[in-house]
Structures are given as structure tokens and as C-alpha cells.
Design a protein around this ligand. Structure first.
Ligand code: SAM
Length: 264
């Protein structure tokens, strides 16, 4: 692992691995139409990094287009299970935490850095560092394409309603920062749990608890995150925000890497 300090959230994903694509909720994965948006303009030889080994269908689509694909994921099991599910040698799968600086050999090299609702798994600090970790991978003119669900998930809403009823909301939800802490929600999490495909509910509970703090975003939060991202002299420019037709309040944000001074 390239990071000095271990991101404890990776242990939550070590519980899941291939169960995500074998037994998880279909709507947690990008649809064929969403994959077509992610891959628009990808040519044979395009250098593409997917952050999140769970996004297997997108990885397979990029390999089929002839892209040179790297997958980064901080979970050892997610990496192992994806390697086992793909033809040997079809892409590089590396254990790496995207909130850390990019692996040296990949820095400044990628045409596209793609991720599906990964930013929704981040706390406030992780969101800032994660976007900068993605920028660090990009060649000049390269693009981040990140889909993000805006607002609350149905399960967040159940937890907030239940927490309010029980007088325990402040223990796990910061309404000012829109940060939910699954590790601190106790019985409210247990009693608000919604199924995730066929994944066993005890495992699901452990997974949520291990995911810890996650921020919820509105459009302005994302534009501010993109505008403030900087790695040395390099910055991002927001190019577009495209609605994902089938997933409620979910958009693919596209941002391009360039020199901060040139773009200023
Ligand atoms: N909707 C998504 C999908 O289609 O796969 C799931 C959300 S996200 C892409 C989940 C993946 O990101 C998991 O494989 C998890 O291990 C990985 N992940 C989460 N935080 C990460 C981080 N900081 N660095 C690298 N990988 C991370």
C-alpha cells in the first residue's frame, strides 16, 4: 500500500469483496447507459484509471474498448477478488488509497480517472484529498469523471427520522456539515437498515459501521470542491455535470486538469 497510515475504512470493504457485484443491489452499480457516459471518447490506448474495484462492469467495458486500464482500491480483498474475476493480464489492479498522493509511476499520466459514487463514501477531509489524489494521476487535459449522488440516501432519511424521534440524532448526524457517522448510530442504524440485494443483514451492518463518516453533497459543494483542488501548480476546471437518467439525483461531474496559472 502506498499510504503511510492505514485508512481504517478499507476493513469495511474487506468484508464485502466480490459480494458487491455478485449479491449487491443492482442500482448501486452503474447501468449500461451510465457506463456509456463514462466511456465516451475513450479510444484504444487511452490511459484510464478506475478508482474502486467494485465497479467491475466499467473496468470490463474499458478493457473491451482497448484502453490501458489501471484499477486502484484501498481494500486488499476488493483487489484480490477483482483480479480473480478478470482475465489474467487484462489490467493492473493496485492496492492504493486515493486520498493519498498518486503512486509515483502513475503521477501525471492518465487521460481519464473514473469513479462511480465513490465520492459519496468520503468524509469532508477525504473528499478534498480524494479529488486531489485523482488530479495527481491526470496528464494535462486529462479528465476526472466522477458520478455523485446529491442529497440524502433513503436509508439516511430513515436514520435521521428515527434519530430525531429517539433524541439521539446529534450523536451520529452533523446537519450543518451534512456528515453522517454510521459508526456512532448504534440501534438507529440497526433499526433503519435497508436491504442491499442479497447481502446478509449482519454483514451489511458491519459494513455500514466500518464505513464511518460520510458527507452528503449538493451541487454547490461539488463545484466548490473542484474549484479548490490543487496539486502544486495544477488545478481542475469543471467541464460538465450530466444527470444520470435512471438514478435519482445522481450526476456525472467531469473536470479537466491543467495549469492553475494558465487557467486563472
Ligand atoms: N457504486 C460503486 C460501484 O459501482 O462500485 C460503489 C461505490 S465505490 C466505487 C466503492 C469502491 O471504492 C470499493 O471497492 C471500495 O473499496 C473503494 N474505495 C472506497 N474508498 C476508497 C479510497 N479512499 N481509496 C481507494 N478505494 C476506495
Amino acid at each position: 500500500m502506498t499510504s503511510q497510515t492505514v485508512n481504517e475504512k478499507s476493513t469495511a470493504w474487506d468484508l464485502i469483496g466480490s459480494l458487491f457485484w455478485e449479491s449487491g443491489r443492482t442500482t448501486a452499480k452503474p447501468s449500461d447507459e451510465e457506463i456509456a457516459l463514462f466511456t465516451t471518447g475513450v479510444q484504444p490506448g487511452s490511459r484510464c484509471t478506475v478508482v474502486g474495484a467494485s465497479t467491475k462492469d466499467l473496468v470490463e467495458a474499458l478493457i473491451a474498448l482497448g484502453a490501458v486500464v489501471t484499477v486502484l482500491d484501498f481494500s486488499e480483498r476488493m483487489c484480490t477478488d477483482l483480479r480473480a474475476a478478470l482475465p489474467a493480464g487484462s489490467c493492473e489492479v493496485l492496492q492504493h488509497d486515493i486520498t493519498r498522493p498518486a503512486p509515483e509511476h502513475l503521477r501525471g499520466t492518465q487521460d481519464f480517472v473514473l469513479n462511480d459514487r465513490l465520492v459519496n463514501r468520503f468524509s469532508e477531509t477525504e473528499a478534498r484529498k480524494g479529488i486531489e489524489g485523482m488530479l495527481d494521476l491526470l496528464a494535462d487535459g486529462g479528465q476526472i469523471r466522477a458520478s455523485i449522488k446529491l442529497g440524502l440516501y433513503p436509508m439516511d432519511e430513515r436514520m435521521i427520522t428515527t434519530g430525531r424521534e429517539r433524541g439521539s440524532l446529534e450523536r451520529f448526524y452533523d446537519s450543518g456539515k451534512k456528515v453522517i457517522d454510521f459508526s456512532a448510530a448504534g440501534d438507529v442504524l440497526t433499526d433503519s437498515l435497508l436491504p442491499h440485494g442479497e447481502i446478509d443483514s449482519e454483514l451489511l451492518l458491519q459494513w455500514y459501521r466500518g464505513r464511518g463518516k460520510e458527507q452528503r453533497f449538493d451541487h454547490e459543494d461539488i463545484t466548490a470542491l473542484v474549484a479548490s483542488a490543487a496539486v502544486g501548480e495544477r488545478a481542475l476546471r469543471l467541464v460538465s455535470a450530466t444527470d444520470f437518467g435512471q438514478a435519482p439525483a445522481t450526476r456525472m461531474y467531469t473536470a479537466e486538469a491543467g495549469s492553475a496559472r494558465r487557467d486563472a
